[in-house]
Structure formats: structure tokens, C-alpha cells
Ligand binder design. Structure first.
Ligand code: ACO
Length: 311
């Protein structure tokens, strides 16, 4: 790679300019963004599964409408980010095939089961809450198409988070059984939600390069801490207990300090051995196979139309 081009590229990044698809970029930058954006898109698509599981069992029409809208938004986010990856010169079908054959990563959080209605609330509150913390910063990433996608996606994530928190606040004021169901969901999703931010900074091989090129603007640990600081007061407000006996406020740093994350569990899930990895991949593959006739019909229709217009 031409050192002069690299220096000019890095100067543009340092000046806060955004890099656009047709601009020159180092191959590593292209590769890193493709990796990160593809994993992100896959996460949105797989993220539909745990919640889709509850659409037919939502407790009211209002809840059902919100949940359908949220799951549909996630499909939109996935497609939007796949489009973003195509601006880097990859074919989304290749990425999609990597998801289907199990060779691609997607967020660890979606490999946990959704066992009760309270999980829908807690996922909106914690998982979408964590996604907002992460993606608000990515909205300032140096790659233009990704940053712009994040702006739009964060607006929708805010609605997702609010509908989730509202479910939780309602259950928290409910019967003892509803409160217990909520607390159980909080207990199961708290630690996996903290794991969404990735390994601790010392074990994060990609961070240095991504920070240097301003794809990431904050480290995994910084964002995790921000999420904890935002979420603890919300838990206090609705009277649920976060399952961490080491959680305590540090008045000096103004941070809520938290206990040790079980990193062996994190890596197991990332490596494909979480509670639902196999189930998620099977469901995704089945949906893809079931959609084969739709793709064939769409292609046949397009072929007929183009034959007609060229006749
Ligand atoms: N789940 C699965 N894999 C993960 C996770 C996670 N929670 N965290 C890190 N990893 C993977 C990384 O992808 C990387 O794998 P790879 O090098 O084989 O590609 C490896 O673990 C080491 O991690 P890092 O070096 O810290 O990786 P990175 O610097 O890319 O940071 C992070 C990881 C924070 C997830 C970053 O990629 C990111 O911000 N991605 C965009 C946001 C996103 O994908 N969100 C998805 C969930 S939100 C939602 O879908 C609603």
C-alpha cells in the first residue's frame, strides 16, 4: 500500500472527515468494517428469533402490535446494514451464506432462551439499551454509510427500549407472580447483556486498530461502564434487584462498580456453544429454505417483466 495514500487517509480521519465508499481506504480498514458490519447485520437478523418466539403469546393486542413492530424493525436494520456492507464491495449473499453455515459471528446475547413474557420487557430494556449505548457512539464512526445507518437505527432502538422498560415497569407494579417473573428475567439477562460489549479491553484484539481509525470511539469497557451507570438507577426506579452483590457506587469516579464477568461463559457462547446457538442456526436455515419458493417466484417475475419491456 502506498504510504502517501495511507498518510492522507489517516490525516482525513484525524480531521474528523467521514470516509465514503469511493474514497481510497487501506485494505485492513475495509476488512475490519466488513467484519464488524456483517456481524452487526447478522445480529439484527438472528435477534428477531428470541422475540419472534413470543409474538403469538403477547398478553394484549397493544403489546402484540409493539412486539411485531420491533421485530420487523430488526429485519429492517439487518437489511440496511447488509446494504452498508455492499458499499465496501462485498456481496451480501456471501455474508448471508456465512451466517447460514455457522462460520459467521453474531451477538452472543441472542443465544439465550426467552422463557417468559418478562423476557420481552427485559430484552427491550437491557439488550436494546445496550445496543443504543454502543450504537450512539458508532453513529460518529469514520465510515459514512455505517455512521448514517446508526443514526436512523438508534432512533428505532429508542422505541424498542421504551416499550421494553414499560413492560418491566408494568410487571413491577403487578401481582407477586408478575414481580417474580420480572426478577427472574432480570437475573438471567443481566450478565449476558454486559457481555454484549465484548471482551475486556485487554483481551480485545480489534480495539486498537478500530480506535485508531475512529470506527470505535470508545472502548468495550468504557461503553459497558456507561451502560451499567445508566441502568442501575432505572432498576432502582422500578424496584428490581440486579443480580450482582458487588455492585456499588463509587462517589469519586461516579461509576457503579460491578463484579467479575464470567468470561468463560462469554467465550463458550461466542464459539458456538451457548444454550441456543444450534437452535438459532437451525431456525435461520429453516426460514431460508422455506423462503426458497419466494426467491424463485421473484426471479421468475423479474425475468418476465424484463422480457416484456425489451420486447
Ligand atoms: N458476541 C459475539 N462475538 C463477540 C462479542 C459478542 N458480544 N463481542 C466480541 N465478539 C467477538 C468479536 O467479533 C471478535 O471476533 P472476530 O475477531 O473473530 O471477528 C472477538 O470477539 C474479539 O472481540 P473484539 O476484538 O473486542 O471485537 P470488536 O473490536 O469488533 O468489538 C463489538 C466487538 C463491541 C461487538 C463491536 O464489533 C461492535 O461494536 N459491533 C457493532 C455493534 C453490534 O454488532 N451489535 C450487535 C448487537 S446489538 C443488536 O443487534 C440489537
Amino acid at each position: 500500500e502506498d504510504p502517501a495514500l495511507l498518510a492522507a487517509f489517516e490525516a482525513r480521519i484525524a480531521a474528523g472527515e467521514s470516509i465514503e465508499p469511493k474514497d481510497w481506504m487501506p485494505e485492513r480498514y475495509r476488512k475490519q468494517l466488513t467484519r464488524m458490519m456483517a456481524q452487526h447485520a447478522h445480529s439484527e437478523i438472528v435477534g428477531m428469533l428470541p422475540e419472534g418466539n413470543w409474538i403469538t403469546r403477547a398478553p394484549s393486542l397493544r403489546r402484540k402490535m409493539s412486539l411485531i413492530a420491533k421485530v420487523q424493525d430488526e429485519a429492517g436494520h439487518g437489511l440496511y446494514i447488509y446494504c452498508g456492507t455492499e458499499t465496501l464491495g462485498v456481496d451480501r449473499h456471501d455474508l448471508f451464506n456465512q451466517l447460514l453455515d455457522g462460520s459467521a459471528k453474531y451477538s452472543s446475547i441472542f443465544n439465550y432462551p426467552t422463557l417468559s413474557w418478562a423476557d420481552m420487557g427485559v430484552i427491550g430494556w437491557f439488550v436494546d439499551g445496550a445496543a443504543i449505548v454502543n450504537q450512539t457512539v458508532l453513529a460518529k464512526a469514520s465510515y459514512g454509510p455505517y455512521a448514517r445507518a446508526m443514526v436512523r437505527i438508534c432512533k428505532e432502538e429508542n422505541f424498542h427500549k421504551r416499550q421494553g422498560f414499560e413492560i418491566c415497569a408494568t410487571l413491577a407494579k403487578g401481582t407477586p407472580a408478575q414481580k417474580e417473573m420480572l426478577q427472574d428475567a432480570v437475573n438471567r439477562f443481566w450478565w449476558p447483556s454486559l457481555m454484549m460489549f465484548g471482551p475486556s479491553d485487554k483481551d480485545s484484539p480489534n480495539s486498537a486498530e478500530l480506535l485508531k481509525w475512529r470506527v470505535k470511539r470508545k472502548t468495550n469497557d468504557e461503553l459497558r461502564q456507561r451502560f451499567v451507570n445508566l441502568t442501575v438507577p432505572q432498576a432502582q426506579a422500578i424496584g428490581v434487584t440486579l443480580p450482582d452483590p458487588d455492585l456499588k457506587y463509587n462517589a469519586e469516579t461516579k461509576n457503579w462498580e460491578f463484579g467479575e464477568i464470567d468470561w468463560s461463559e462469554f467465550w463458550e457462547v461466542v464459539q458456538g456453544n451457548g444454550p441456543c446457538n444450534a437452535e438459532r442456526l437451525a431456525a435461520r436455515n429453516k426460514a431460508h429454505d422455506d423462503g426458497q419458493w419466494v426467491r424463485e417466484a421473484a426471479l421468475a417475475h423479474a425475468a418476465k417483466r424484463s422480457a416484456k419491456s425489451s420486447a
